[in-house]
Design a protein around this ligand. Structure first.
Ligand code: AKG
Length: 268
């Protein structure tokens, strides 16, 4: 587990970190959340899973290859995500608006003001042993509707993440690419049988994380993840943000619930 201390309240990215994020589309910051916070969020997650507190997305709902065919099939009641994390408990809403977290997001978005969107991610990923499925290569932005593509996700590990339990896999620099429609399938995943994608997919890196580490990534970055082949659930809290240059397009899913202003210029 992480040490009891957290990083300073207003962490400043080094020029090298800012450049790495611009170039690669992701940045891992270690130990942003402390033991107490991680323990509280883990225990809430297990409690909500145990009590089946909705809204929950089940493996059967995503219908990825290998997923249980329906909620009634074996493993069909395996929770993949606890949705609406922000609304579940103060530990989650405080994390989404945390000063350290949003200070980093502000720098990555180059915006002194930061808004949290409750309409995307806003969840605890609960990748389970046995019935979890792999997630193919995609950009989160593919179904999001914003005025600009400038959004950043923050993926907080509530436990160790590594290839065996299905950690995130990333294609560095892929947020800057424009790709032909022929390289995608109908659900807008990158086609793995398409020779034109081979070199890109071969550039994948694994995001290994320890509890309290945060993977920040551009919502346009291609990423994927494997199934959990271990005996323990893998838990991560995922939140998404945009800055002053952006806003959800009215009338779309991205505008359904109002965005929450989690960082104001006066804090910058
Ligand atoms: O943990 C996973 O399977 C990846 C989830 C993911 O990529 C997403 O929700 O966008």
């Amino acid at each position: 587990m992480s040490t009891p201390s957290e990083t300073p309240l207003q962490p400043h990215l080094t020029p090298a970190q800012s450049e790495a994020f611009a170039r690669d589309g992701f940045l891992i910051m270690r130990q942003l959340a402390n033991v107490e916070r991680i323990a509280a969020m883990r225990s809430l997650t297990f409690d909500h899973l145990e009590r089946g507190i909705e809204p929950i997305e089940y493996e059967a709902d995503v219908a990825y290859p290998g997923a249980p065919a329906s909620r009634d099939a074996a493993g069909g009641d395996t929770a993949r995500r606890l949705l609406a994390a922000y609304q579940r408990d103060h530990w989650f809403s405080e994390w989404a608006a945390d000063a350290r977290l949003t200070a980093i997001v502000a720098q990555l978005l180059n915006s002194p003001d930061v808004w949290f969107t409750p309409n995307h991610h806003n969840c605890v990923m609960t990748k389970a042993p046995r019935f979890s499925t792999a997630t193919a290569w995609h950009r989160d932005l593919r179904y999001w509707s914003f005025q600009t593509p400038h959004l950043v996700n923050a993926w907080l590990a509530l436990g160790d993440e590594h290839p065996a339990n299905g950690c995130m896999r990333l294609l560095p620099g892929s947020h800057r690419l424009t790709l032909d429609a022929a390289r995608f399938d109908e659900a807008r995943f990158l086609r793995e049988d398409e020779p034109a994608n081979a070199e890109l997919i071969a550039s994948a890196v694994e995001a290994e994380l320890a509890p309290g580490d945060v993977l920040f990534f551009d919502a346009g970055l291609f990423h994927a993840a494997g199934a959990n082949t271990t005996e323990e659930r893998k838990l991560a809290v995922v939140t998404s943000y945009f800055g002053r240059d952006n806003a959800p397009i009215p009338g779309t899913h991205s505008a359904r619930a109002p965005a929450i202003h989690v960082r104001e210029e006066s804090h910058a």
